[in-house]
Design a protein around this ligand. Sequence first.
Ligand SMILES: Cc1cc2nc3c(=O)[nH]c(=O)nc-3n(C[C@H](O)[C@H](O)[C@H](O)COP(=O)(O)OP(=O)(O)OC[C@H]3O[C@@H](n4cnc5c(N)ncnc54)[C@H](O)[C@@H]3O)c2cc1C
Length: 288
Amino acid sequence: MAQKTALIVYAHQSPGSFNAAVREVAVQELTAQGYTVTVSDLYAMDFRANATRDDIIGDLKNSELFQYGEETMHAWMEGRLSDDIVAEQRKVEEAELIIFQFPLYWFSVPAVMKGWMDRVLTQGFAFSLEKIYNNGVFKDKKAMLSFTTGATQSMFQPDGINGDINVTLWPLQNGTLHFCGFQVLAPQIFWSPAHSPAAVRAAMLEGWRQRLKGLLAEKPLTFAPCEFFDLSFQGGFQLRPEVREQQQSQPYGLTTGHHLGKPLPPDNQTRAPPTDEATPHSQNHPCV
Ligand SMILES: Cc1cc2nc3c(=O)[nH]c(=O)nc-3n(C[C@H](O)[C@H](O)[C@H](O)COP(=O)(O)OP(=O)(O)OC[C@H]3O[C@@H](n4cnc5c(N)ncnc54)[C@H](O)[C@@H]3O)c2cc1C
């Protein structure tokens, strides 16, 4: 039987950090479950964040007007992407689970991890015009964000100073991970470890260890399936009229992003719904 493989894409500068401790728990626990765990330690690798012409080996298709997305798509098809990108793409291909481990920087990932996303998830390899969201390239793989914050949980509430964490998570979880097809597991959030007592930090690590034991059996977060939309330029890739009509009687929006002017569905980006509430998943919808 093929070896189960997990990839941890990791961004922290210090081996003594809380992020390093969190990463170590994941390595230990997944290894104990029989996984081969690969860690891409981005700062240690000096992974380049800039998406530039250097990512393409050989001549450009259009040297007059450099278009990174176009050129990397052709380079991917022709095996002309730079070695560091190819190495990461190989790790992604092999992994059935990817954990992104990082400290929250400016409501997002650190630049080096954003660079990993920009450079590794190239068109063709990670998505195509036909293969996006629930029909995406990586629909048989799972991915999740695991991160630490400076802020407390109360600061990331809808009435807290930073606003709703579900809104913060939408671009990364929907716009990057689910866009490429990944089933996105609920994020693991370590609230403000630097301002927590030692016992609380120890409990956070233990909670993570316990979650990892059942992680692969978890249901993913729900997103709006492609089949809800008119996937044509003429139709503007907008919600189909029959879906819109069906949603009218619902008290909440479809997802954090597709709120339809209604209250956001509670915890849409932080918790998978119980089995009997699986809408808006496509298999439960009459229009697909
Ligand atoms: C550029 C930038 C932007 C930022 N933007 C945001 C933002 O938008 N929102 C936000 O909320 N925050 C933000 N922050 C804050 C940042 O997210 C936190 O500083 C970071 O998440 C803390 O995680 P850490 O791993 O660095 O913690 P550390 O400071 O490394 O660790 C915290 C504590 O845990 C201890 N520790 C280490 N190992 C263990 C262990 N094994 N067991 C128990 N304790 C241990 C450490 O000794 C320390 O006391 C930003 C920071 C920067 C630099």
